[in-house]
Design a protein around this ligand. Structure first.
Ligand code: KG4
Ligand code: ZN
Length: 340
């Protein structure tokens, strides 16, 4: 399917599904603005507190909106459609972004587009390319681990998903076990560089299961038990690096092998990868090598578009707009919104 770059529609999108407040403006292929405010106050509570998150969205969103329009050099009446993430995510957070986008759409007399957060991740590797090709896609984030067959906009078939923890969640939980900061992914990746990935033989769960599903909670438990064998005062930087490298390698082995198997089963020629965990350079390298060996092409989201952002929501909205989709402003947010 051709992308709408000849008819340069201008979309303003909001993403408030969890603890990031983000606003982006996309005109055709040009990302004119992409503003993000991250909430750090949740660290003190050991997790995202929904009410704190939604209050913070309310505080940040107007400022980000104003700033995005200023950077883009546009006035509100130059926006063709307003979009927002409508799920999955935290209800009280989703409501803020969706209400703002709906209000702007009604006030400016322009269309509103409700976008699935996962569709945003799914299409983000296509930023800047002029065609969406059939592909098998791995979405790896803090909340989701999904393998999806993509045939076109809104034509998605979920092939497999995690049956327990998401890959990013495993990174975050293992980082916590090792006494590292949040989010755990970048902390583990940094230390894994100096570690020995062969020191601990952690399980590769469901690697040979007949389906395309994943499981990461056993891996986290295996790290916990192995770590318990070391006295706290013996946990030096070298040991932590070996834990990080061995854990990271176990996750990568499963993600890469299962993605390639799914691509083969769908006879896909293209593999795509998105979501926060796909920032991980070791994963990107391993996926890229495996695809090359299997004569598959690989398209990954740009590192800046892997973690949550509104640019991916704007892109998905632009593609949906072009395909003729519009949403009613009466459409509710859905914390459990499914992709397909
Ligand atoms: O896509 P995202 O921003 O939010 C969700 O939709 O969940 O993903 C956040 C997740 C976190 O679990 C974080 O630890 C993980 O992505 N992550 C990484 C890396 N950067 C972020 N995991 C592994 N390696 C990284 N470099
Ligand atoms: Zn996400």
């Amino acid at each position: 399917m051709r992308l709408p770059y000849n008819c340069a529609v201008t979309i303003l999108a909001l993403e408030t599904s969890c603890d990031e407040t983000a606003v982006a403006i996309l005109r055709g292929t040009d990302l004119l603005a992409s503003e993000i405010a991250s909430q750090t106050q949740h660290e003190a509570y050991g997790g995202v507190v929904p009410e704190v998150a939604s209050r913070s969205h309310l505080l940040h969103a107007p400022r980000l909106l104003e700033h995005a329009l200023e950077i883009a050099g546009l006035a509100l009446d130059e926006i063709d459609a307003f979009a927002a993430t409508s799920g999955p995510g935290l209800a009280s957070s989703l409501m803020i972004g969706a209400s703002i986008a709906k209000g702007l759409a009604v006030g400016m007399g322009k269309p509103y587009l409700a976008v699935n957060h996962l569709e945003g991740h799914l299409l983000s590797p296509f930023f800047g390319s002029d065609e969406i090709e059939r592909n098998v896609s791995l979405i790896v984030s803090g909340g989701h681990t999904l393998l999806v067959e993509v045939r076109g906009v809104n034509e998605y078939r979920v092939l497999g998903r995690t049956v327990d923890d998401a890959a990013g969640e495993a990174f975050d939980k293992v980082a916590k076990l090792l006494g590292l900061g949040y989010p755990g992914g970048p902390e583990i990746e940094k230390r894994a560089v100096d570690g020995n990935a062969a020191r601990f033989d952690f399980p590769r769960s469901m690697l040979d299961s007949g389906d395309h599903n994943f499981s990461f909670s056993g891996l986290k438990t295996a790290v916990r038990y192995r770590l318990a064998g070391f006295e706290t005062n013996h946990r030096d930087a070298g040991l932590v690096a070996d834990f990080c490298a061995s854990f990271q390698q176990a996750v990568i082995d499963v993600l890469v092998k299962k993605t390639l198997r799914a691509a083969r089963s769908c006879r896909a020629k293209l593999v795509t990868m998105s979501g926060g965990v796909s920032c991980n350079q070791a994963l990107r390298d391993a996926m890229s090598q495996a695809c090359r060996r299997a004569e598959l092409r690989l398209l990954t989201a740009a590192p800046g578009l892997c973690t949550d952002n509104a640019a991916m929501i704007a892109l998905a909205a632009a593609l949906r707009f072009r395909a003729g989709f519009r949403s009613e402003v009466t459409q509710e947010i859905d914390p459990n919104l499914a992709l397909a």
